[in-house]
Design a protein around this ligand. Sequence first.
Ligand code: BGP
Length: 488
Amino acid sequence: MSKFPKDFYWGGATAANQCEGAYNEGGRGIIKNDYLTAGTHTSPRSYIYRDSDGNIKRASMFELLPDDAELIIDENEYYPNHIGIDFYHRYKEDIAMFAEMGFKMFRMSISWSRIFPNGDDEEPNQEGVEYYRSMFEEMRKHGIEPLVTLHHFDTPYALEVKYGGWENRELIKYFERYAEFVFNEYKDLVTYWLTFNEINNLVMMTSFVPNLPAKVAQGAYQSLHHQFVASAKAVKKAHAINPDNKVGCMICGLVSYPLTCDPKDILKNQHRMESVMYYSGDVMVRGEYPAYSNRIWDELGITVDITDEDKKELKEGKVDIYTFSYYSTSCVTTHEGADMGSGNFSMGAKNPYVKYSDWDWAMDPDGLRYILSELYTRYQVPIIVTENGLGQDDVVEADGSIHDDYRIEYLRSHANAMAEAIEDGVDLIGYTSWGCIDLISAGTGEMKKRYGYIYVDRDNEGNGTLDRIRKDSFYWYKKVIASNGEDL
Ligand code: BGP
């Protein structure tokens, strides 16, 4: 007997800026990621910019850009997101392949700058509006439930230039207007929504980067607060427009363990989990800042401007479901000399009890069962795992087949962990694995960090036909969905 509930939402996930391409088609406005070059897991993606003296310079995505930097697109560089996997033009054939696998849910994102190219425009861009309508209709035609992210790393760049980005409170009203517009527009087609993808990423570096200037931490926490308020206002609108709407938070699952049983490691890990992960969920699900917030702000030497009106909004705009990404875990320690690994995501000490991927991310299915139980005990709302998967390059055999048994093994072990969590009593209602079709890596800009059940013929330099090929995992997942997770 399947351990998964009868209507479990099996599916996959993508994000507009990593798959659509067509970055300057259909009236779309520019986003900052359009300026990101490709990187690898050892050399970060970078921006090319002109400084106020007219010099052309390069800065990695992890550096702070100077205030006078004017981002430019250099004809001699390769910008992977410009073409993506051409999902913009091929979404019908791709959705048909998702349907062939039996998807019940498809998580995608609306590109805000396709709807409001500058973010604060008076009128929406009709071509963008029709584009997503057609995509939702296509999903419905195949019986697939859309799960729509409103913001996946893609604030319209014009808002960053004009207002300085999310540090400025002004952005709240533009996001609210965009959200209200799409809730009304797609009212008959969409009921599952997520506001900000991995909202906690905004403050992640304040825990991982030592001696970060207080100004940076201040800006990060203030921006996050503005996104919390923007999200809460959107939740209220969603409920007012259609009481059936279900809105979720989307939290980056930065799960860590104490490296040793030294009580100092236990405490350090508790504080790490609070600042990088629980802080955001606590505000969005419970509608108020948790008690430990003051400790976090004091340690960073910052003050977050929170008005009484904001507090009211947060209370009234609590999310209905908790969703998160889960790839990996890491360890936290106060002891010198721990192996810190090189993965761009885990950012902690290496765990001797788990295996690591080619990109040095820990593969830890037990950690998924563990965190699911922690989260459900904490929040008691339905949960969806909205991202999970193994990023690894694949080999296309001479006969065109792709034997990605390593990916099947990763996914199977995580599906088993979900089944166990359900038996533990967790109200898990869905699973949309990441990059169900190969797409551009957010962290490295690589194409070869592949997550898909569907292979896309394109390499890190932008060569390839963009043809789609079914991998072995495609047929495996189809069987999993058909048996509702019984046949893993
Ligand atoms: C999450 C993002 C996704 C996705 C994923 C995998 O942080 O929400 O956009 O990209 O991570 O990461 P990467 O693309 O760096 O392998």
